[in-house]
Design a protein around this ligand. Structure first.
Ligand code: GSH
Length: 214
């Protein structure tokens, strides 16, 4: 079995996607917590792992993988970690899963990133309004796409796909920023169901929150 190390931060939504994928596929690995609040992701040690200075990163037998969707796709494509699959076989459904995933990954999450927030304003109220606007927009698009699909337990089927790995951490952030999830009933129902499933429940942020330093 390969030696796998996940660099993550407990409340990073992109990190949660990969924690959930590893849990769902039952892949043994070691976790290293990188503290964003102490800017550890911009330290020379971490930049040597991921020059982007973003989490997560996955190191597999010395190969560095970064960008959560690239990591999840690699896990699905690699024979020993392909099952259970996170992308459907049908090519139209695969494209739909990628469309949903990118609605969050490129259309929503980057706008709530710490780097971006600091550039927008140092005023936390202004930051909050900015984030709420983009999360509301992103989840609105996601909900609209869902409305063209049959109702399932997760976004496209009764099992999670890469789309759900993006959606659930994004809804968690929406709740943090007090976005009214009643506007997005399908996303809300998927979120509530996902948290009852073992792999999702075992990858939630709170389980990885470091103990406060005295
Ligand atoms: N598209 C990237 C996003 C990575 C990302 O934005 N990570 C955030 C945490 S969710 C981060 O490391 N932010 C650190 C910073 O802004 O300095 C991925 O999916 O991996």
């Amino acid at each position: 079995m390969a030696e796998i190390t996940l660099y993550h931060y407990w409340r990073s939504s992109a990190s949660w996607r990969v924690r959930w994928a590893l849990e769902y596929k039952k892949i043994p690995h070691v976790k290293i917590h990188v503290n964003l609040l102490a800017a550890e992701e911009k330290s020379p040690d971490f930049l040597a792992v991921n020059p982007a200075g973003y989490l997560p990163a996955l190191v597999v037998d010395g190969h560095v993988l970064a960008e959560s969707l690239a990591i999840i796709e690699w896990l699905d494509e690699n024979e020993s970690t392909s099952s259970p699959a996170l992308l459907p076989k049908d090519t139209f459904m695969r494209a739909k899963v990628r469309q949903l995933a990118e609605t969050i990954n490129s259309g929503t999450q980057p706008l709530q990133n710490l780097d971006v927030m600091k550039r927008i304003s140092s005023d936390t109220e202004v930051q909050g309004q900015w984030v709420t606007h983009w999360i509301t927009r992103g989840l609105g698009v996601y909900e609209k796409i869902l409305s063209s699909l049959p109702v399932k337990k997760f976004s496209v089927s009764d099992e999670p796909t890469m789309a759900d790995l993006c959606l659930i951490p994004q809804v968690y952030s929406a709740n943090r920023f007090k976005v009214d999830m009643n506007q997005f009933p399908r996303c809300k129902a998927i979120y509530e169901y996902a948290l009852t499933t073992p792999a999702c429940a075992q990858s939630v942020p709170e389980l990885f929150q470091p103990a406060p330093t005295k």
